[in-house]
Ligand binder design. Structure first.
Ligand SMILES: NC(=O)c1ccc[n+]([C@@H]2O[C@H](COP(=O)([O-])OP(=O)(O)OC[C@H]3O[C@@H](n4cnc5c(N)ncnc54)[C@H](OP(=O)(O)O)[C@@H]3O)[C@@H](O)[C@H]2O)c1
Length: 246
């Protein structure tokens, strides 16, 4: 059994870096055509070429309502999208006391509002074709919590809620909706928020004794997004090396 996305169109939001970039590479390697986004239109030329398969690029900044609406309009006009991965995300760490309304607005717009309306936009074409796989990228902080993660956790618990309700509503159309919840993964998001010493300490607390590579997350997403997934919907798969079980 192999992952085969040939003939399928796969949307990955936030595919310029990190986990999203890895997933786009892996979907491409398995035969998919891609729709990818980043926040900057300067990325267009490079991203269209990067994955070596037919790729459509849309610049979108989910903190900007006009940019988001323009992107959603474009999505609604696309004839066929087989797989949608709501991956683009952002984080601002800070105590409950220190969180500003700007922190709340930025984080919820990118991590929660965007996945909701993207799901709504792609579900229509998936319904027409009687097939779809939607994956929301949540986090360990969508299952457990710690100090300084209140705003981020609100969004990451929230995308699980969106996936559950959408899974129930879209099941009659053969659209399966799931969530993948990464643990600490070596991307810019982690490198910008933790020192090397802190990352060493974190690794020591993980049963598998290392942080995740983006490919660890991508493999789980590809399975849930593939035709091999015929009966899993409304689930959240933690990919965290065991961090949340000890
Ligand atoms: N890394 C981890 O440890 C970890 C753990 C759990 C969950 N996650 C989740 O996994 C997903 C990917 O994270 P990552 O670690 O790969 O992060 P990353 O390396 O920081 O990449 C984030 C991606 O999201 C895009 N993005 C950021 N802000 C955006 C905005 N305002 N509008 C539209 N797109 C935006 C970025 O586009 P630009 O390149 O244009 O900025 C980039 O493509 C996120 O949902 C994150 O919450 C990550």
């Amino acid at each position: 059994m192999t992952f085969d996305f040939s003939g399928q169109v796969v949307l990955v939001t936030g595919a310029s870096r990190g986990i999203g970039e890895q997933m786009a590479h892996d979907f491409a390697e398995c035969g998919a055509q891609l729709i990818v986004t980043s926040t900057s239109s300067d990325d267009r030329e490079e991203l269209v070429e990067r994955f070596g398969v037919p790729t459509s690029f849309y610049p979108v900044d989910f903190t900007d309502r006009a940019s988001t609406n323009a992107f959603l309009d474009q999505l609604r006009s696309i004839e066929r999208i087989d797989v949608c991965v709501n991956n683009a995300g952002t984080t601002r760490h800070g105590s409950l006391d220190a969180a500003s309304s700007d922190d709340w607005d930025v984080t919820t717009n990118v991590n929660l509002r965007a996945p909701f309306f993207v799901t709504q936009a792609v579900a229509n074409s998936m319904k027409r074709h009687g097939y779809g796989r939607i994956i929301n990228i949540s986090s360990i902080w969508g299952h457990i919590a710690m100090p300084t993660r209140s705003v981020y956790a609100a969004t990451k618990f929230g995308v699980r809620g969106i996936a559950l309700a959408a899974a129930a509503e879209l099941a009659p159309f053969n659209i399966l909706v799931n969530t993948v919840s990464p643990g600490f993964t070596l991307t810019d998001m982690v490198r910008q928020n933790y020192s090397k010493a802190e990352l060493k300490e974190i690794a020591a607390r993980i049963p598998l004794a290392r942080l995740a590579e983006p490919s660890d997350i991508s493999k789980a997403v590809l399975f849930l997004a593939s035709k091999l997934n015929t009966y899993i919907t409304g689930q959240s798969l933690l990919v965290d090396g065991g961090y949340s079980i000890v």
